[in-house]
Design a protein around this ligand. Sequence first.
Ligand code: ASP
Ligand code: MG
Length: 408
Amino acid sequence: MTIVQKYGGTSVGTLDRLRNVARRVAARAAEGEQIAVVVSAMGKTTDDLLSLARAVNPRPPRRETDLLMATGEMVSSALLTMALVEMGCPSVALTGAQAGVFTDDTFGRARIRGIDTWRMEEEFAQGHVVVVAGFQGQSPQGDYATLGRGGSDTSAVALGAALRAKQVEIYTDVQGIYTSDPRIEPNARCLKDIASEEMLEAAQQGAGVMHPRAVELGLLYEIPILVASSQAEFGSGNGTLIRGKVEMEPENRVRTIALDRDVASVTLRHIPDRPGIASQLFGPLADAGVSVDTIVQNASELQLTDLTFTVTKDDWERTQEISRPLAGELGAADVLFDHDLVKVSLIGTGMQSGPGYAATMFRSLSDAGINIELITTSEIRITCLVRADRGEEAVRVLHSAFALDQEI
Ligand code: ASP
Ligand code: MG
């Protein structure tokens, strides 16, 4: 069976680190494992390439932007392969296209449509470690297309699914998945495991360690994903295993707390409460490619209601351009824009069966004098929007309210 390993930009950021990665890969290969390695671009390469693009054209064409960005991962895959060969570990570097990764043609955020594994299988048959440039694939026209920032995680899990790998291993510059961001809460604990569903919610709610689409693929194809430090010894029990079922943690409860800074809200005040209003508003936003996150509509009074929704900061300007005139057309008394907010989310499958979590969350925030602007929930998540300058404090307050520093 195959193993897919992915090394992030920091892990291959210098030649020393790249050699370290090569040593790790070579050691696993020597144990007889069949390995596909997915790499990100070295260090801040992708950012640098984007700056170059913008320096010559403030609105660079998307196709060529993808062509340019895709080179970052080609460099690291070629260099890693050279290092492996130098160590006596037979290996071959493949671009996304050569590895058989086919995408659609939405440049900048292409989706993988399928993976044809024949070339990789052929290389495996010859005893090669296959090093694949992450973050990229080939569009139906044969163009380079990239998967969106952080997309190498998605490449790795997609390859894992296509190769029916027993596990995908994501090596990064942190120890694993924590009970909250340790830079915000020093008492945060690294989790031994987390359910795929929980990880998906966490990734969607701003836990930056893994790309949400990668987690989604892992869930869909039931592939266990290990997230661990590229410095830690393999098999030392380090890291966090993301998988379908988690060993029962008795009565657990909140698994992790996520903070998402990428949020902005729009409120339409006093719009008429009649059929069709929501579709007149969200239709044009969807047509413009804006993906709306949370939507809250209040109970109406005198046939008038307030409606609030959130978007990411990327979509913020477009959202204002679209919703300002629409608010007028729909007869809203007022339209308010707010980008000084963050989302704080409690996540845990154990919360489904327990009634007290929301109450404890709201009470802890209120005791700390933190105002809740908006509340949303899913079956395994409770999210509060709070003022941006209180977000980190809210995380710490909740981390201690739910005693997440203590193992159960
Ligand atoms: N190099 C790409 C980025 O910086 C993809 C990745 O690192 O996963 O977004
Ligand atoms: Mg990354």
